[in-house]
Design a protein around this ligand. Structure first.
Ligand code: AKG
Ligand code: FE2
Length: 304
């Protein structure tokens, strides 16, 4: 893959050291424009431009998770154009995941779109780590057994538009030592908040983090505000500790978009073996071609 790297060694070093890094303008405005159109098509009619910002907490209280924060949240694939559907499999993102995890063999295990509108909910959350719903164990220490979790900003994500807040690993270690409680106990909330950073960034940026990083969603307070994001989470292929989506479960969704538009490399991130893999025989290729008629089977046939 001859994709130009869109991240520096310093940024990758920060991700390894501190667990989270903001990669500003990773995607171009040209790449983002059709994704924004897709998000509007999927969620735009849910917006109430006149809704006042909600703040369900008492003054100074810590945020809480609530169901209404997730009202406009959906797992890939999406009923829209290929632009948003293929964003999580962009070659530059796959390259980032491979570099971070230190392996060529990565799988996309989670990708969801999420629309947040001012007033739809109080989006303030308490500090937590995402390993609660990505593994039954705990975050790994070795890079290869970790995950890289990317939040892609399809709109500008400014501080009054619900920017994620996070605590770099060195700062949270100073508060909690090596302790990581996925739910974030009450006694660490205020000290973590004192050292939190904002992940605010312009459209096309990525906040790349790990499941061991304390972070929280924040409220949208701008009148008529909207925040669109897409998640893309990668693991090393074969890391059975990590999970979220079993892609075939959503077989009624438009998977044909992927078979029509993805390269073999992109498909491999969904668990479709690469050309040359022992799975591919004349029969498996013929059956796959019948199932997905727009699939380009030639590279697979050529590698037999
Ligand atoms: O959307 C965000 O900014 C963060 C949300 C979050 O951390 C979560 O729901 O686990
Ligand atoms: Fe989270």
């Amino acid at each position: 893959m001859s994709e130009t790297r869109r991240f520096t060694a310093e940024q990758l070093g920060e991700w390894h050291r501190e667990g989270g890094v903001l990669l500003e303008r990773f995607f171009t405005p040209e790449e983002m424009a059709p994704c924004r159109v897709d998000m509007d098509a999927l969620y735009g009619d849910r917006r109430d431009a006149d809704a006042p910002a909600r703040d369900d907490k008492e003054a100074g209280a810590i945020g809480v998770f609530s169901r209404d924060q997730f009202r406009n949240f959906d797992d890939m694939p999406f009923d829209c154009s290929p632009a948003l559907n293929l964003l999580a499999l962009h070659p530059a993102l796959i390259q980032l995941a491979r570099a971070a995890l230190g392996t060529d063999s990565v799988h996309l295990y989670q990708s969801h779109s999420w629309a947040k509108f001012t007033g739809e909910a109080d989006f303030d959350q308490s500090f937590h780590c995402d390993f609660k719903n990505h593994t039954l164990t705990v975050p790994a220490e070795s890079a290869r057994a970790r995950t890289i979790n990317c939040m892609i900003y399809i709109t500008d994500v400014e501080d009054d538009l619900g920017a994620i807040h996070y605590v770099p690993v060195s700062a949270s270690d100073a508060v909690c030592g090596g302790e990581r409680d996925p739910f974030g106990p009450e006694e660490v909330q205020a000290p973590l908040q004192a050292v939190e950073r904002s992940g605010a960034g312009p459209q096309g940026s990525i906040f790349a983090y790990g499941i061991d990083v304390y972070h929280r969603g924040t409220n949208l307070t701008r009148p008529g505000g909207v925040r669109y994001t897409l998640t893309a989470s990668f693991k090393t292929a074969g890391n059975d500790m990590i999970g979220w989506s079993a892609w075939p479960v959503s077989f009624m969704k438009p998977w044909h978009i992927y078979f029509e538009h993805c390269t073999p490399d992109q498909l491999s991130c969904l668990g479709v073996p690469l050309p040359g893999d022992g799975f591919w025989t004349k029969q498996t290729i013929e059956r796959t071609a019948r199932r997905w008629p727009m699939w380009e089977s030639e590279p697979y046939l050529n590698a037999l």
